[in-house]
Design a protein around this ligand. Structure first.
Ligand SMILES: *Cc1c(COP(=O)(O)O)cnc(C)c1O
Length: 398
């Protein structure tokens, strides 16, 4: 459906209606598909004829979700997976082999660093971690002939650091490597990495694509050739998305653009408001002119900062900072204390003791995750109610 605007594709792109003419996309909750006869089954299994076979690798609801996300990302193909981490595993399993080298930002999602840096290291894939924002470090880390993949995530969690997708794509292609971008925070509603030269876009459908905190899901968006090798690996490795979860994400994408705009607008207002509070030392949000990569973020993310804001409380020691952060979080009555993000409910978390809790204090400091840091994934509640909930703790800091 290339002639339609992205807003239209977000509600219309899907496989064709069944014989029953359903208006809302059907949920095909079936593990296998009945074949009309043996000869057809043989052709379908041999890949000589299209047709659904078995839901580990072919299901119309999953295909609808894939088509819709591919349309939003401007990708030829999308391959859905059981989770965001399964998408990254599938990417690595299908594109890398022992002896290959990966360059990855050290600010990416913690499980991604664990997967690349230790799980895949056992299979002979070596990863070098570099600064999110220093292009010279990415360039210096490339090993000619061995580096096969550059992996970036932008903006990052929880400090919202932004990297230059086009510059990284050029660097990857000069080296004969692929650039994969985890687009979980900005989503295709704001940022389309393939238009900027990325070869693969990684998604955790669990976050904004679902948008209401219901299911775990993931996907890779890419070109035809890479997608074919991913599907082949998925067929044997089996990190498939369930039709039910695909259906929830499929319907979630219908409101993605509206949610991202509304949640980004609230996040910007909240960030500005937090900046003025005497008890707060710093606010991290790409939509603020004070953000170090503000201009790049605005150019790359359709002029919006996304819905994640983090801020650091003033304190004289790490112990006091932690006590203050816990106080602000525990004084809320409405916000959900949970480390997820991408929900219409506003979520609050203390990265140093949750998502980054397994790092040593030294590693945490290197990553810029202080004990006084609080992350807020802004939802759709009225801004005044979010502010009141935060003010209760901010005005009574211990
Ligand atoms: C949550 C998340 C993931 C992992 O996704 P799951 O669906 O939880 O497996 C990967 N990258 C980023 C940026 C995330 O926020």
């Amino acid at each position: 459906m290339p002639e339609f605007h992205r807003d239209t594709l977000a509600v219309r792109a899907a496989v064709e209606r069944s014989a029953y003419g359903e208006n809302s996309e059907a949920l095909f909750l079936t593990s296998s598909f009945v074949q009309p006869d043996s000869a057809t089954a043989a052709r379908r299994f041999a890949g000589e004829e299209d047709g659904y076979i078995y839901s580990r690798f072919s299901n119309p609801t999953v295909a609808s979700m894939e088509q819709r996300l591919a349309a939003l990302e401007g990708a030829e193909r999308c391959v859905a997976t059981a989770s965001g981490m399964a998408a990254i595993l599938l990417l690595c399993l299908s594109q890398l082999k022992a002896g290959d080298h990966v360059v990855c930002s050290r600010s990416v999602f913690g499980a991604t660093i664990k997967l690349l840096g230790s799980d895949l290291a056992r299979f002979g894939v070596e990863t070098t971690l570099v600064s999110q924002t220093d292009l010279a470090q990415w360039r210096a880390a490339i090993r000619p002939g061995r580096t096969r993949l550059l992996f970036a995530e932008t903006p990052t969690n929880p400090l919202t650091e932004v990297c230059d997708i086009r510059a990284l794509a050029d660097l990857a292609h000069e080296a004969g490597a692929l650039l994969a971008v985890d687009n979980c925070f900005a989503t295709p509603a704001l940022q389309r990495p393939m238009e900027l030269g990325a070869d693969v876009v990684v998604h955790s459908g669990t976050k904004y694509l679902d948008g209401q905190g219901r299911v775990v899901a993931g996907a890779l968006c890419t070109g035809e050739a890479i997608a074919q090798s991913c599907v082949s690996t998925l067929r044997s490795a089996g990190m498939s998305l369930s039709p039910f979860n695909a259906w929830v994400v499929l319907k979630g994408m219908e409101t993605l653009s509206l949610r991202m705009q509304a949640q980004s607008a609230r996040a910007l207002e909240l960030a500005r408001w937090l900046q003025q509070h005497a008890g707060i030392a710093a606010v991290h949000y790409p939509g603020l002119p004070s953000h170090p990569q503000h201009a790049l973020a605005m150019a790359q993310q359709s002029g919006l900062g996304g819905a994640v804001v983090s801020f650091e409380l003033r304190a004289s020691t790490p112990e006091q900072a932690r006590a203050r952060a816990f106080h602000v979080i525990d004084s809320t009555r409405m916000l959900s204390i949970t480390a997820n993000l991408g929900d219409v409910k506003t979520l609050i978390t203390h990265p140093a003791s949750t998502s980054h809790g397994r790092l040593t204090e030294e590693q945490r400091q290197a990553a810029g995750i202080s004990q006084g840091l609080i992350r807020i994934a802004v939802g759709l509640e009225h801004l005044g109610d979010i502010q009141s909930d935060l003010l209760r703790g901010l005005e009574t800091l211990p």
